[in-house]
Ligand binder design. Sequence first.
Ligand SMILES: Nc1ncnc2c1ncn2[C@@H]1O[C@H](COP(=O)(O)OP(=O)(O)OP(=O)(O)O)[C@@H](O)[C@H]1O
Length: 295
Amino acid sequence: MRFLHPPPVRRLPLTGEQPATVVGGEAANGFVSAPRRRVGASPLAVERMNVDQLSIAYGPKLAVDTVSLPIRQGEVLALIGPSGCGKTTLLRSLNRLTELTKTASMKGRITLDGVDTATLEPTALRRRVTMVFQQPNPFPMSVFDNVAYVLREQASRRPKKRVLHGAVASALERAGLYDEVKGDLSHPALRLSGGQQQRLCIARALAADPEVLLLDEPCSALDPQSTQVIEDLIVQLREQVAVVIVTHNLQQAYRIADYVAFMYLGELVEYGPADQVFGSPREQRTAEYVSGGFG
Ligand SMILES: Nc1ncnc2c1ncn2[C@@H]1O[C@H](COP(=O)(O)OP(=O)(O)OP(=O)(O)O)[C@@H](O)[C@H]1O
């Protein structure tokens, strides 16, 4: 039962001393003065994935053009850029979801803990590099069963009830939902609020004990309060998993990201610490984008 005893190498020590405190008010490039939840990248950040010279095309159309970047645990990486620049394609390539599109072809190499993802079995890869989508998509079953489903699926033998309950509770806790649902874990997931449903989807993703969590605009269907809860959660989770988020919301990227990758027409125009990309971008196109000049 893998989920009971994850190999220690998969986890960085949790840094409880580093809460997601709000660092308030600094302005970057004059476009934002929103409070920031992040406190700077963790000194314990370690590379989990590496994207090397990645190009992806749909038929003849190039969607991602020779992109290279690292993905580290201990940091939140935000992919930003105007619509159609290739953010989602890049994100989906990380757990080989792009190959489900018949016309897609890929060049380059992506590694997970040093191993070429092309050599891994796709379902196993997708447990280690899990994705949460734009629209919350809980299964039409109870809160408990949504998380237990993943645990049962990956256990080699049917887990004992008590053990399963502990693992479900732990995943719900990591997703910041347990306190709100512990009174009735048999509650239908589809009757939770949108924000709770999204945190349940995050709990389901975390139940697989992944190394990398991919978030494709996870707050775009949520109200501001739920968005804030999820942003706080994302900042906390970066200590446990490498987090990559696609967002159209520059303020959100500024609030929660440690590193930012700005893409334009498939190309990675600029990659760097959030402070630098937003505060003093090296490239003219980045400066124009983050100051609202286009997009
Ligand atoms: N399944 C597909 N078949 C053909 N072309 C696709 C497919 N998916 C994406 N594309 C094209 O690839 C390019 C990159 O799309 P992608 O969705 O990755 O961009 P994006 O930056 O995530 O856009 P958005 O912000 O609008 O979601 C676009 O030109 C898009 O039209």
